[in-house]
Ligand binder design. Structure first.
Ligand SMILES: *[C@@H]1O[C@H](CO)[C@@H](O)[C@H](O)[C@H]1NC(C)=O
Ligand SMILES: *[C@@H]1O[C@H](CO)[C@@H](O)[C@H](O)[C@H]1NC(C)=O
Ligand SMILES: *[C@@H]1O[C@H](CO)[C@@H](O)[C@H](O)[C@H]1NC(C)=O
Ligand SMILES: *[C@@H]1O[C@H](CO)[C@@H](O)[C@H](O)[C@H]1NC(C)=O
Ligand SMILES: *[C@@H]1O[C@H](CO)[C@@H](O)[C@H](O)[C@H]1NC(C)=O
Ligand SMILES: *[C@@H]1O[C@H](CO)[C@@H](O)[C@H](O)[C@H]1NC(C)=O
Ligand SMILES: *[C@@H]1O[C@H](CO)[C@@H](O)[C@H](O)[C@H]1NC(C)=O
Length: 296
């Protein structure tokens, strides 16, 4: 008996309920912007606005977001965090549009909202609000005191801030290959609930390598990316030691050249002296010979 009656009972109840429609998919609102939470109801007969009641509330806590009845907004019991941020489209209410305009969207606004409407009969429906904030352009840096010697391990850090929700950080090498090992990513929320992300990749350096950091926001998709390229040029011996070595080598070479020049002159001088002495002797001998010759 009940089995036959139940569908009839349900059908009767359905007739008594006002049909209220909200989006099935979550509504994505941009942080700091305004969002319209759509809610529409269909009422066959024309109605007097003063006979319409609209209640928007948080589904979980039943906290009042916005109320309207008796032909005007009723905000005495409105939740404090929504003060001065909500309104209905009054001129659209007569056409069955009970949508809520929410201004200055905050991270804390995220959640489920119920739209409750009464015109003779009543009905309600709930929708999900999701908040999204784009991250700043990421910045990739190399630890400043790192030794850029091939094979050495270095830490590359990628930072971005002020985004929501939690971002996925993907590191790739120059060939677009995913680097998932030796990556540490941490997120910290600021007082507005927005995240700052910091991801550290530790790699063994190879010459001519590029590392890029890509951010993917689950709600906004691919956001920014940044990369760092380590060319062969950065990768030198420890620079101070190199310049000291080059300097010393130049000094030594100069010294050797100077020494060689001095030696060369000395040798030449002594040779000339010897030759001069010899010539003098020969001249003397010649003179003596001529003297003897004359004496003879
Ligand atoms: C709200 O409803 C209007 C009209 O049906 C539609 O154009 C708009 O895309 C809806 N907005 C959202 C956020 O669902
Ligand atoms: C309700 O009216 C507002 C303002 O005209 C509009 O933006 C919104 O899309 C309307 N919503 C629906 C469900 O028609
Ligand atoms: C709407 O209701 C109010 C109060 O009940 C009444 O004064 C007004 O004349 C009505 N307006 C219409 C168009 O029926
Ligand atoms: C809302 O606006 C009124 C009047 O402009 C102001 O006095 C009040 O402080 C505001 N409340 C909040 C929470 O901003
Ligand atoms: C890299 O990772 C991303 C995200 O996890 C994925 O979509 C992509 O297919 C991966 N690419 C390769 C080459 O594995
Ligand atoms: C990760 O680090 C370990 C230890 O430092 C190293 O042996 C390994 O090769 C690294 N993995 C990658 C993919 O670089
Ligand atoms: C590094 O890259 C430059 C330019 O892309 C190329 O000319 C050079 O041969 C590369 N060196 C090595 C060691 O791969």
């Amino acid at each position: 008996m009940l089995c036959y009656l139940l569908p009839v009972l349900l059908a009767v109840q359905a007739l008594a309920v006002l049909e209220v429609q909200v989006p099935d998919l979550p509504v994505v609102a941009l942080y700091g912007m305004e969002a319209t939470l759509n809610c529409s109801f269909s009422h066959a007969a024309p109605f007097n606005l003063s006979a319409v009641s609209v209640f928007w509330q948080l589904t979980d806590t039943k906290r009042t977001v916005h109320s309207y009845w008796g032909g005007q907004d009723q905000l005495e019991d409105q939740g404090e965090s929504f003060a001065n941020r909500t309104s209905l489209y009054a001129s659209q209410l007569g056409a069955g549009n009970a949508s809520l305009l929410l201004k200055g969207v905050r991270v804390a606004d995220e959640g489920s909202y119920t739209c409750f409407v009464r015109v003779e009969t009543h009905g309600s429906a709930s929708l999900l609000l999701q908040v999204a904030a784009p991250y700043s352009k990421p910045l990739v840096t190399l630890a400043p005191d790192s030794n850029l010697r091939p094979g050495e391990e270095v830490a590359l850090t990628c930072v971005a801030h002020g985004g929501y929700p939690e971002v996925d950080v993907l590191w790739q090498d120059g060939h677009g290959r995913n680097l998932t090992d030796n990556v540490t990513t941490s997120l910290v929320a600021n007082e507005e609930g927005l995240f700052n992300v910091r991801s550290v990749l530790t790699v063994a350096l190879e010459p001519n390598s590029t590392y890029s950091c890509r951010l993917a926001n689950p709600l906004l998709g691919e956001e920014g990316h940044a990369s760092v390229t380590i060319t062969g040029q950065n990768m030198v011996f420890p620079p101070v030691a190199l310049w000291v070595t080059v300097g010393l080598a130049v000094c030594l070479l100069g010294l050797l050249i100077a020494l060689a020049a001095v030696c060369h002159r000395k040798i030449k001088e002594s040779c000339e002296e010897a030759r001069a002495a010899k010539e003098l002797e020969e001249a003397k001998e010649l003179e003596e010979e001529s003297k003897t010759g004359v004496g003879r």
